[in-house]
Design a protein around this ligand. Structure first.
Ligand code: NDP
Ligand code: OXD
Length: 310
């Protein structure tokens, strides 16, 4: 049985080694070296070329190399009909994202950007800081990663609210859903964290209206997808002083163009789409567990629902 690896950006050697450690019987092939097309049962893919997954008569599942499925959804013509697409859910991604969100929330909460600027200027000035319990964090998206971040922030003492499409109950989190829930949560978020999937419903959600509804001096942390944010609206909200800052890990176009105003904006902290990386060491056991489910005749977990778009 063969697993076909199709990605120009992920490390095939790492994946081959980690998968072999758990399932030495799985033949690992890297596209375009497909071998016998009839032997290919699984694909592990990110942005596959249109022809990569065609002509594989026994393909049973396509595992996304990312938690987001835009790397597959953006190339629908490459996905053979009827084959389930499975999102990546694995410990490395969940804890990586919780760490990134906690890092950024704490940095803004404790005045990191201000003290770095003071250090540059050689200025000794002590500022009063709030307690974590006085800084409200709202999370857009209460899925696998949103809940992981929420747990970490609760552990640090922040009051946390979260927003999802359907109703949820998460211990210690003020759970909201639907448009009413969004209207209630945003004005009560001193720090707003975006962990939504990119769908037609969520694209451009973070626009001038939503940003204006945040409290004066709020901060935006976007670790989901760049196209959730209307970039010009974000710049305007920062420049007129309504927002104190933004941490951005993802951008409408990546890599970010060298002349993009985000690079040198004094109120923006920028990272190059590294909030959470799929790590072969922790992700390979997750893929192997999904394959074992399929082999037992069970449906894999975290299958993308095409009608919802995530
Ligand atoms: P999940 O599918 O587990 O969670 C998505 C959450 O968003 C769910 O709570 C869902 O609601 C909610 N949601 C979806 N659509 C809507 C909507 N229209 N209105 C309100 N809520 C909505 O995804 P993950 O948590 O695993 O991943 C989230 C995203 O994080 C990924 O799609 C990807 O874009 C991004 N990501 C970024 C990384 C980085 O390094 N920057 C790394 C990994 C992921 P419900 O619970 O009701 O279904
Ligand atoms: C992902 C990502 O979706 O890295 O996994 O953004």
């Amino acid at each position: 049985m063969t697993l076909l690896f199709v990605s120009a950006v992920d490390d095939a050697e790492d994946w081959a080694r980690e998968l072999a450690a758990h399932r030495p019987d799985i033949r690992f092939r890297v596209w375009p070296d497909v071998g016998d097309p009839a032997a290919v049962r699984y694909a592990l893919a990110w942005r596959p070329p249109v022809e990569a997954l065609a002509g594989l008569p026994n393909l049973q599942a396509i595992f996304s190399l990312g938690a987001g499925i835009d790397g597959l959804a953006d190339v629908p013509e490459a996905l053979p009909p009827g084959v389930p697409v499975v999102r990546m859910v694995e410990e490395g991604l969940s804890s990586g994202m919780a760490e990134y969100v906690a890092w950024q929330v704490l940095d803004w909460h404790r005045g990191g950007p201000l003290y770095r600027a003071q250090q540059q200027a050689g200025e000794w000035r002590r500022r009063r800081s709030k307690l974590a319990s006085e800084r409200r964090v709202g999370i857009l998206g209460l899925g696998v990663l949103g809940q992981s971040a929420a747990r970490m922030l609760r552990g640090l003492g922040f009051p946390v609210a979260g927003w999802s499409r359907t109703p949820k109950a998460v211990d210690g989190v003020d759970c909201r859903h639907g448009s009413e829930g969004l209207r209630a949560m945003v004005p009560a978020s001193d720090i707003l964290v975006n962990l939504l999937p990119l769908t037609p419903q969520t694209e451009g959600l973070i626009d001038a209206g939503l940003l204006a509804a945040l409290p004066q001096g709020a901060v935006l942390i976007n670790a989901a997808r760049g196209r959730h944010v209307v970039e010009a609206d974000l710049l305007a909200a920062l420049d007129r002083g309504h927002l104190a800052g933004a941490s951005l890990d993802v951008f409408a176009s990546e890599p970010l163009a060298a002349d993009h105003p985000f690079w040198r904006h004094p109120k923006i902290t920028l990272t190059p789409h590294v909030a959470a990386l799929t790590l072969p060491r922790t992700a390979a056991p997750a893929v192997v567990a999904q394959i074992a489910r399929i082999e037992r005749g069970e449906a894999p977990l975290h299958v993308v629902d095409a009608s919802r778009g995530y």
